[in-house]
Structure formats: C-alpha cells, structure tokens
Design a protein around this ligand. Structure first.
Ligand code: ADP
Length: 289
C-alpha cells in the first residue's frame, strides 16, 4: 500500500526526537492507528527518492521482533516514516516500574531475535542498539526500531548524541567510530549495556560534570576500564553470565546471536510463562499518570 499524507488524521504527539516529531495518526484507508515519524533533512528530491527506495526494502521485513513498517513519503524536506504504533513507547519509559529477571530475559530474547533477523535476512547491522530504540506495545511485545536500513538516511542524519549515555563498543571508540568494519559484535556490546540499564534503570557508567567532559570520561572508561556488570547478589548466575559474555572487551570473544539464543538465561524463561502483558500494562498506566 502506498501511504500518503492525505490519508491520515492526526491523533496526538507521542514523542520528540532529535530530528523531528513522532505522532500517533489514523490511516483512514486501512483503519490502522500508526506512528508517523517526521525526519527533517536538508536534501534534494533525488536524494529523498533514494532514501524512500532504500526504506521500501522494509516492506519485506516482517518479523515479530521488528517494528512493522507501513511506508514512507516525503513533503518538501521532511521524510514521513509510518510504522506500527507501540503503546508503551521506548524501553527507557519502562525503567521506573522495574524489570524482574524473567521480563529482562524476554526482552533480551526479543532483541537478539530482532538483531539476528536483520543480519540474516538483510545483512543489516543495527549500529544504534540502545533502550530508546527498543519499543514495547500493550501486549508486552518488544521490538527494535531505528536500524540503519537506509545508508543514505543514516549518512544524512549526523548522528550526534544529545545525552552522554554511550552504548558504543570499545573497539568502535578506539577505531574512531567510523562505519568501516562495523560488525555484529559491536551491536552485541550495545545489547549488554542496554540490558544492564534496563535491569537496574540506570546507565552503568558514571555520568558526572559537564556533558562534554562526562562523555569524554565515559569513552575512556569504556575503552580502558573493566566492563560493567550486574550485582550477582540480585541477579542469577545465568543472567550475570549472559551480560558478561555480551560485554567481553575483545569483540571476537563475544558470543554469536545463535549462541546467545542457546544461552540458559534465554532458554530458561522461554519454557516459562512470563506475564509480559501485565508488565506492559503497568508501564502503560505509569506513563499515563
Ligand atoms: P530519537 O530521535 O531520540 O531516536 P525518536 O524520534 O525515534 O527519538 O522517537 C521519539 C519518541 O517517540 C521515542 O522515545 C518513543 O518513546 C516515541 N516513539 C517512537 N516511535 C514510536 C512508535 N512506533 N510507537 C510509539 N511511540 C514511538
């Protein structure tokens, strides 16, 4: 289906990102409530068309662990990206309600499945794994968004960070964080950091002082310091081991996605009934109030 602006009714604003607004919208022809992300870019029509072409690959990407793509179009210098509406928003909005270990396991499982799907089906490396790029819906489903499907779009969004939180693997910082030679191992590091933050509700490196200074100290810490971990008194040995494996300093020592999926921290809770919907509901009510 070819989405176009005239087919939508605006419902409400749901978030503001670095490059524009995300709105909840109603798509009249299909009667589907969607999330529409506006991305402001200084590009000409040719370049915008190239981005749309690259994004259209996503029409083939149906995976329960990836936020569904409904289509994109541009008006003047804005790209409008239409996707599945996820009621609870990004994972960081759920931090305040806490995250019991079984829920953390399911989140980790979904993230690994999503990342593996992108890699296997599209040879895509996410490159920006962090809690704000993981969305949760009211059923408690956890899905990835904002992955680098369009090289052109990626290059156009100078991905400067607003916060100090840095999810970059030590090898990325050491090599100057260019896109060259980026491998899935670097995404696995970012997964490990995201899981600690989700478990504890706190970014694991100390944030202190002026943002610019703090950022510098953190990057040095990521490269030279020991990897962060979760408290073994509060988390099971399987959980601690899973996170420690993702955060091995040497990229080649980190497990593959297939190995992570076999890890007891993930398999244990796959066999159990985990109330993801209950957790999502609680988070949703918390966001509303
Ligand atoms: P950023 O530029 O920081 O990545 P985004 O522009 O992607 O932020 O999104 C801003 C906020 O909008 C997110 O933090 C998230 O809570 C919300 N959001 C993004 N996409 C969706 C979606 N598909 N459904 C519901 N909420 C969303």
């Amino acid at each position: 289906y070819n989405v176009k602006m005239g087919d939508f009714d605006p419902l409400k604003e749901i978030g503001r990102g670095q490059f524009g607004v995300v709105r909840q919208v109603f798509h009249r022809p299909t009667k589907v409530v969607m999330a529409m992300k506006e991305i402001r870019l200084q590009l000409d029509e040719l370049q915008l068309n190239q981005i749309l072409m690259e994004l259209n690959v996503l029409h083939q990407a149906h995976c329960p662990y990836i936020v569904d793509f409904y289509g994109a179009f541009f008006i003047e210098s804005c790209v409008y990206y239409c996707m599945e509406y996820m009621e609870c928003g990004s994972l960081d909005r759920m931090f305040s309600i806490g995250c019991p270990e079984p829920v953390l396991s399911r989140i980790a499982y979904s993230m690994v499945r999503g990342l593996k799907f992108l890699k296997d089906q599209f040879s895509i490396i996410h490159r920006d794994v962090k809690p704000t790029n993981v969305l949760v819906n009211i059923k408690g489903e956890v899905k990835l968004c904002d992955f680098g499907v369009s090289g052109k779009l990626n290059a156009s969004l100078a991905r400067t960070r607003v916060g100090c939180e840095n999810y970059m693997a030590p090898e990325r910082i050491k090599e100057g964080a260019t896109d060259k030679g980026y491998t899935v191992q670097s995404d696995i590091w970012s997964l490990g950091i995201s899981l600690i933050e989700t478990a504890t509700g706190k970014y694991p490196y100390p944030l202190s002082g002026q943002p610019a200074h703090s950022m510098f100290v953190i990057m040095k810490d990521i490269v030279d310091g020991p990897s962060p971990s979760v408290d073994p008194a509060q988390y099971s040995p399987d959980c601690c081991d899973f996170i420690a494996a993702c955060l091995r300093k040497e990229p080649k020592d980190r497990p593959s996605y297939a190995e992570l999926l076999e890890h007891p921290f993930l398999t244990k809770y796959q066999a159990e009934d985990v109330d993801m919907a209950g957790w999502a509901q609680k988070g949703f009510e918390n966001i509303q109030s």
